[in-house]
Structure formats: C-alpha cells, structure tokens
Design a protein. Structure first.
Length: 347
C-alpha cells in the first residue's frame, strides 16, 4: 500500500509538469507558425507595393517560401532598368531568417546580363552570392553589403569600337563590398584575384607584350556619398539617391614581378580629372619604370630622372614615395611622371 501511494504521489505532479511543458511547446509552435504567416503576408504586400512604386524594378513572378524559420523569396525573370542600361537574369533568390529579417542573403544564377550605355556584359560565374545587412529600425538604412563570386567570366561587347569589339576577362575570385561610414557615406572596395585579361585584346593593345597577361591582384578602394540615405524608401516609396561625391582612397595592382600600392585620396573634377595626394609603395619599381618607358607612358628623360631620384629613396627592391596628382598629372616633386586618363562618371 505504501509503495502504490508513493508512486501515485510521485507520478501526479510529474505528469502535470510534463503536460504543462507540452502545452507550452504546442502554444509556442502555434505562435511561431502564426508569426511566419503574418510575416509572409506583410512581406508579400511590401514586395507588391515596392514593385508598383518603383518602375525601375520588375519581375515576371515571385514566390515566398521557407516555412517556418526563413523567408525565402524567388524572383523569376527580374529586371532592373537604369537610366542608361539594365540588368537581367533568369532568377534571383533572397533568404532571411524569420527572427533576423534585416539580414538578407542573395543567390544569383550562373548567367546574367548587364547593359550600360553601349556596352553589354555577359556575366558567368560558378558561384555568386551576396550578403546585405540593414540597421534594424523603421527606415532600415543600409549598413553593409558584400558580394562574393568564384570563377567569374566577363564577356564584354562594345559595338561602338568597331570590329573585334568583344573581350572575355576571367576572374578567379571577385569581391565587392560597401560599409556605411555615416548616414550618406559608404566605404567601397572592389577586389579581383587571379585575373586573366582577354588575350586577343591584350595583344592588340600591347603587341610588344610588355604588360603581364595575368594579374594576381586588382583592388580599388574608395568612398561614395549620396544626397540621401540608402534605405527602404528607395524601394518602397520610389525615392531616388544621387551620387554627390566620389573619392579613391587606395589601389593595388600586383603581378609576379611588380606589386604597386597607392594610399591617399584622389577626387575627380567635373571633367573626370583626378587630383589629390597619395603614397606609392612599390615592390619591383625598376621593372615598372622600364615597362612605363618601353610602352611610351613616360619619356626617356622622365624615366632616367625617376631612376636616379628613386634609387636614393629605395630600400633594395622596395620603394615608398609621396606623389601629387593635379588634374590627372602625376608628379614626383616638381617632375611630371605620367598623365592619367579622365574618368567617365555617371552621377
């Protein structure tokens, strides 16, 4: 009798606790599922509203899936229309955890098309995806973006240049990134590794084969400023953001014999001519000067002057030297070394 009473006494509260836990789990599951369905309806309305108010964005159809832990959105035949071009693809997918909707992941198809002005670029990649993080809040201002690609081929066609107007560049890896500095300014980085320019194009531009046919690293750093924050209003309300300032803060070009790094700040004027001050750090500087002289980018006198002056400043094969750039003219002290071509910028 004692044993039976003891078992009933022990099992009673234990079973009640277990039933309570089960009820809580069921209620939490129902609430979580309800949150997903409510969130899905809100997301559907937001997408429809954004497509309606932003004619630059369009898609044949879109689908929302991911129950119950993610919001997965697939756009079929998306199109982004620009003032002087467009981007198209068979599809694009966006993923977000339902408890972290301000962090989006995007997956792109193997093939895309980008048209800018009279140039068409066919983009093929083995893998191309992006991460976009917005600051939580009502406006969802963009905090940072990273795009990473592997085995990227760029087939570039420029009909305006006449025959032989198509070139294919191969990139082992591609990385584009943006990070917010303040409300309207973003730090920008473009990095390409193991780059093979189009062989036929290089032979036409460089028949003497002075320049390399493979670059280990091509990197460009800069800062861009817009006239308004980059936030959800650009899509939801059809607001426009205009680039008001652009500056280049770094450059790296590396191949087996030369590694050139520039750090400083260069800004273009209304005609695209760069001005500012930079510090150049060069490994293999003598080889670089020989290439510049042989290709006609600097004269024999400037090359001789540079060799004499820089030899006293260099530490063996490494060199660090300040340079001034005025309206595209690069100067070492009072000596003009080379003139940079003006940039063509769309603002």
């Amino acid at each position: 009798m004692y044993t039976a009473v003891s078992e009933r006494t022990t099992r009673g509260p234990g079973m009640r606790v277990m039933r309570g836990v089960i009820v809580l789990v069921v209620l939490a599951t129902i609430a979580w599922c309800g949150y997903w369905f409510v969130g899905t309806r809100a997301l559907d309305r937001a997408i429809a509203q954004g497509l309606e108010r932003t004619p630059e964005l369009s898609a044949e159809t879109y689908h929302i899936r991911g129950f119950p832990n993610r919001f997965d959105v697939t756009f079929d035949e998306p199109r982004v229309t620009l003032s002087d071009g467009e981007w198209t693809a068979p599809f694009v997918q966006f993923f977000a955890l339902s408890y972290k909707p301000h962090h989006l992941l995007a997956v792109f198809p193997h093939d895309q098309v980008l048209r800018l002005g009279g140039t068409e670029m066919l983009i093929h990649s083995e893998d191309l995806r992006a991460s976009m993080v917005m600051e939580p809040g009502l406006d969802l201002p963009l905090d940072r973006v990273t795009l990473v690609g592997e085995a990227v081929d760029l087939q570039i066609t420029q009909p305006a240049i006449g025959p032989d107007n198509t070139a294919t560049w191969q990139l082992g890896a591609l990385r584009l990134a943006s990070r917010r500095i303040d409300a309207t300014t973003h730090q920008l980085v473009a990095l390409a590794e193991t780059v093979f320019p189009d062989p036929a194009q290089m032979d036409r531009l460089d028949p003497q084969r002075l320049w390399p046919r493979r670059f280990d690293v091509l990197r460009l750093d800069g800062e861009g400023q817009t006239d308004r924050p980059l936030d959800r209003h650009l899509v939801m309300d059809g607001a426009q953001a205009r680039l008001t300032d652009l500056a280049f803060t770094g450059l790296r070009v590396a191949w087996p014999d030369v590694d050139l790094r520039l750090a400083g700040r260069l800004s273009p004027d209304a005609d695209g001519r760069l001005s500012g001050e930079v510090t150049a750090t060069v490994t293999g500087w003598e080889e670089l000067i020989d290439i510049l002289r042989a290709s006609g980018l600097i004269g024999d006198e400037a090359a001789a002057m540079a060799n004499t002056t820089l030899s006293a400043m260099a530490q063996e094969d490494d060199l660090e030297v300040p340079l001034a750039v005025t309206e595209g003219v690069v100067r070492l002290g009072p000596f003009a070394l080379v003139t940079l071509p003006p940039l063509v910028l769309s603002r």
